[in-house]
Ligand binder design. Structure first.
Ligand code: NAD
Length: 484
């Protein structure tokens, strides 16, 4: 099929859209208008079973099984091109589902293509023959790296394509087949993805899609035909999945929540920080897992930082996410807005001071908008400094000396991202290594496809990206042979 919309009531199985078994439907709502833009199946256990069986059949089908790692890398490159050809369609589709500013979603296809192209470069790792002699001699072992099998890919709504692609690209390169369960808020971009995959020549059944909510996800995680689970989402859902996978002894990768810190060292260039602030701390209307939503400033510069952050956040345009100039769109759903507004009320009750925002923008009567909000006077133990808000809300904390800054930054159940700003790069880089977090930036934060990305503590288990991310889709077989 072409175009962003699958036939109503269909799931994507074995290369085509088929009527779902379930009669249950989920509304898809445009967060900028609050209008229902479509309905998709809330996949049940029978739908999950159909999709997993299709993926298992494809795993054994010679149209997939006979491909070398090099052939699969070529498919990834073809898929990259097909996605780029659909960049505008992809951007509009995602923005209509989750309200992300088009300036953000406009890059989604290109980013996914970059992940695919980088992953394709890892094919050589898979083809190199790995023979290891027995230490005592007389025999040798061929170490084979084989696809783990059928992978269940469960994604959230905030960067729906990217967070599927960081799983799909290594899964396909490894030779796995997949069942994707997109978030219920963002199902339609997956139709653009499967159209691109079909055009790229990915064989039928290699990529299957079942829409639905948490129940669909649970059925998929528990299905006996699934060999590996890769999940991105909340820490709470991640714990459920980890428990299920523990019982099943099923390998699982979890990319979970965060509450990252931006530490401004005493010599930080505040103008340079301000120029990166919105991207680093409030990207995607605050709905980015690694946003540095706790800003730590030296007490002697705290007042200056409060003014700078307040002015920068207040002056950023909020409105229609389809407008290329928009920085802040709506949050994804009514439920998410309630959660964000609840935590703003909690912050006020805890004694933090709102320096801008705190309510709903008066000029936007429709849509799930929340005014970008800055809290000053935040203490490290406050709930607004501890809980992931996942909306456009920043907290500003003061510290006294570097040890205090490190202690406050590490006083968190999460350990996903972080960034350190300082004019002396080496000193800032040395401080960065004190942060208990899977990724940390010095004067900027970015994601490098070649480097592992994953959370410490409650932020996750395992990594995605890079060679390390590919390992999650492989298993080993050691074949011992008497040396000739
Ligand atoms: P969520 O956990 O509610 O849902 C994520 C996905 O999991 C959805 O597809 C959902 O239907 C499914 N799901 C929910 N419960 C499940 C269960 N018990 N079993 C199987 N599937 C289940 O998260 P969300 O609200 O969609 O996304 C926001 C969260 O994602 C935030 O906490 C954010 O920090 C996190 N996130 C993490 C990363 C990362 O890389 N670490 C990236 C983006 C988002």
């Amino acid at each position: 099929m072409s175009g962003p919309r699958p036939p109503e009531g269909a799931i994507h199985v074995a290369g085509s859209w088929r009527r779902a078994h379930t009669a249950a439907r989920l509304d898809v709502v445009d967060p900028a208008t609050e209008q229902v833009i479509g309905r998709v199946p809330d996949g049940d256990a029978a739908d999950v079973d159909t999709a997993v069986r299709a993926a298992r059949r494809a795993l054994g089908d010679r149209r997939w099984r006979a491909l070398t790692a090099g052939d699969r890398a070529a498919l990834l490159l073809a898929l990259a091109g097909e996605l780029e050809a659909r960049a505008a369609e992809m951007a509009r589709t995602i923005t209509s589902e989750n309200g992300s500013p088009i300036a953000e979603t406009g890059g989604a296809a290109a980013h996914a293509a970059a992940v695919l192209r980088h992953t394709a470069t890892l094919a050589g790792d898979l083809t190199a023959e790995d023979v290891r002699p027995f230490p005592a001699g007389g025999a040798a072992t061929l170490v084979r790296r084989v696809p783990v099998g059928v992978a269940a890919l469960i994604a959230p709504w905030n960067f729906p394509l990217t967070l599927v692609m960081v799983k799909l690209a290594p899964a396909l390169l490894a030779g796995c087949t997949v069942v994707i369960k997109p978030a219920p808020e963002t199902p339609y971009h997956a139709a653009v993805l499967v159209a691109a995959a079909e055009a790229a020549g990915v064989p039928p059944g290699v990529i299957n899609v079942v829409t639905g909510g948490p129940g669909t996800g649970q059925a998929l995680v528990a299905h006996p035909g699934v060999d590996k689970v890769a999940f991105t989402g909340s820490t709470e859902a991640g714990r459920h999945i980890a428990r299920a996978c523990g019982e099943l002894l099923r390998p699982v990768t979890l990319e979970l929540g965060g509450k990252s810190a931006a530490v401004l060292l005493p010599d930080a260039d505040l103008e340079a920080f301000a120029a990166r602030l919105l991207r680093t701390c409030l990207r995607n209307t605050g709905q980015t897992c690694y946003n540095a939503t706790r800003i730590l400033a030296p007490r002697e510069r705290y007042a200056e930082v409060v003014d700078l952050v307040t002015d920068t956040v207040r002056s950023a345009p909020i409105g229609d996410p389809l407008d290329p100039g928009t920085v802040f769109g709506p949050v994804v759903s009514a439920r998410q807005r309630e959660r964000v507004e609840h935590l703003i009320r909690v912050g006020v009750a805890e004694g933090a001071r709102v320096t801008t925002g705190g309510g709903r923008p008066a000029h936007l009567p429709a849509g799930y908008y929340v005014e970008p909000t800055v809290f000053a006077g935040v203490e490290p133990g406050m709930r607004v400094a501890q809980e992931e808000i996942f909306g456009p809300v920043l907290t500003l904390l003061a510290y006294d000396g570097e040890d205090d800054a490190a202690a406050i930054a590490n006083h968190s159940r999460y350990g996903l991202g972080g960034v350190v700003f300082g004019a002396d790069e080496d000193r800032a880089a040395a401080f960065a290594t004190r942060l208990e977090t899977g990724s940390v930036g010095v004067n900027f934060f970015g994601s490098n496809h070649a480097a592992p990305f994953g959370g410490w503590k409650d932020s996750g288990l395992g990594v995605e990206f890079g060679r390390e991310g590919l390992e999650a889709y492989l298993r080993y077989q050691s074949v011992h042979r008497l040396a000739p």
